[in-house]
Design a protein around this ligand. Structure first.
Ligand SMILES: [Zn+2]
Length: 435
């Protein structure tokens, strides 16, 4: 399918490739302009010693992984905390020790559940790096608030039937030949045209979100296009100095279909980038605790962010109003995420990789052996991807079910959007709301 057939998984690589946060920089928020609307009641935002310790530990861990261990992944994907400072580490054992201490102190001092949630997830990830994942159920619950149960075959068959029916409306069969037809018909070959569609869609989806919530008139969000012969398609970066930047790589090695351009704009820009830009604004105004600006993809708030990003279009409109190529692209992507999620969990419990691949290909002929195999093996091997990638399908389905249940109740839907974009809700609370 269009998204899945791309050499890189746009969605999964988004934050994975979100490098370049400033770690040791003594930030100042004095140059951040005032907003024209008051977005909320100012809280007492004095950063406690424990919160400051969390910020310093995470930055120190980032430096350890990037400069000393050259691990190839980030600990801090966004750094929106204004306080300077960073601890110094020589080993992951030291980091794990400090995170354990922080966790115990946060519990003893009855610190906010959000801080405890973040420290718990970081502690679980540090442990996984040191010892491997010994208890998958506990690991996914601690990092992404995800249960390890398979998504039921009833759900899989529903999504499969829906893909088949939507493709039939376009005159395309849901089989290998149909995949080639689909790509022939919908791939946009001209880079300028790709950029023009994405930009138009970015404006459309952002506007749609802004109309539904009392949003900032302006946030510092910059969208730029590059053409680099590299596997990533979207990079998001953010800090208090530069604001949030979404970099979209339209190099010819990537195939963009029309629907994928729209999907990318709704998910990456109106979903993630807008959310982080709003968070940056609130932190710089002192309306949100600064430690919430330390964003890591193994933390559960990212699971919520992915669920939101995947469902932005459903918050905004009835699915039947979507342009057909977008609608089918989106549904294919959803089926793909569900199948690979199940295949990964099956592989974790000892199922042969070939059987896991067959499980996916027999349910979506728009997937390829290489794509499924690579995704499952990566998740098996990498504690980071094992955690991060496990959040997509379950959290998307939770959001989707909630939106379906709230159909016609725009107030509830808009209230949830407000909380997700403008507050920093406890992940457990969001899960309770959605369940
Ligand atoms: Zn995403």
């Amino acid at each position: 399918m269009l998204d899945a057939a791309a050499s890189t998984d746009v969605q999964s690589r988004l934050l994975y490739y979100a490098l370049g946060t400033a770690i040791n920089c003594p930030y100042s928020c004095s140059n951040v302009p005032c907003i024209s609307k008051d977005m909320g009641i100012s809280k007492d935002m004095v950063t406690s010693e424990l919160e400051l310790s969390y910020i310093h530990v995470m930055r120190g861990w980032q430096v350890l992984e990037s400069d000393i261990l050259s691990s190839g992944f980030d600990i801090v994907d966004f750094d929106l905390a204004p306080e300077p400072g960073c601890r110094s580490y020589e080993s992951r054992t030291q980091v794990y020790h400090d995170l354990n201490k922080l966790f115990d102190e946060a519990i003893t001092q009855k610190k906010s559940a959000t801080l405890i949630e973040k420290v718990r997830a970081s502690k679980a990830f540090a442990k996984a790096l040191l010892e491997g994942v010994t208890d998958l159920r506990e690991y996914l619950e601690d990092t992404q608030k995800v249960h390890t149960s398979l998504i039921s075959d009833d759900v899989v068959q529903d999504y499969k039937r829906s893909c088949s029916s939507l493709l039939a409306d376009l005159g395309i069969s849901f089989d290998e030949a149909g995949f080639n037809n689909f790509m022939d018909k919908y791939v946009v070959h001209d880079q300028e045209e790709v950029r023009a569609i994405i930009l138009t869609e970015c404006n459309f989806w952002q506007q749609a979100i802004r109309e539904r919530i009392n949003f900032y008139d302006e946030v510092r969000l910059e969208i730029t296009f590059v053409s680099k012969d590299e596997p990533w398609q979207v990079g998001l970066t953010g800090n208090l100095e530069a604001g949030t930047k979404a970099e979209i790589n339209t190099h010819s090695r990537h195939r963009f279909t029309k629907g994928q351009c729209k999907y990318l704009a709704s998910h990456e820009v109106a979903g993630h980038a807008l959310q982080f830009a709003a968070r940056e604004r609130k932190i710089s105004e002192g309306k949100l605790e600064s430690y919430t600006g330390i964003v890591s993809i193994f933390n559960p708030d990212i699971a919520v962010s992915e669920g939101l990003a995947q469902t932005v279009p459903y918050f905004v409109a009835e699915e039947t109003a979507f342009e057909p190529s977008f609608r089918v692209a989106k549904r294919l992507r959803e089926l793909r995420d569900i199948l690979i999620h199940n295949a990964h969990l099956m592989a974790e419990t000892g199922k042969d990789i070939d059987e896991c691949v067959y499980y996916c290909l027999s349910r979506s002929p728009f997937l390829t052996d290489a794509e499924v195999r690579t995704n499952v093996l990566e998740r098996l091997e990498s504690p980071l991807l094992k955690s991060y990638m496990a959040c997509y399908a379950p959290w998307f389905l939770l959001f989707r079910q909630y939106i379906a249940r709230m159909k016609g109740n725009n107030k509830s839907l808009n209230d949830l959007l407000c909380r997700l974009y403008l507050d920093f809700p406890l992940v457990e609370d969001v899960r309770r709301t959605l369940a």
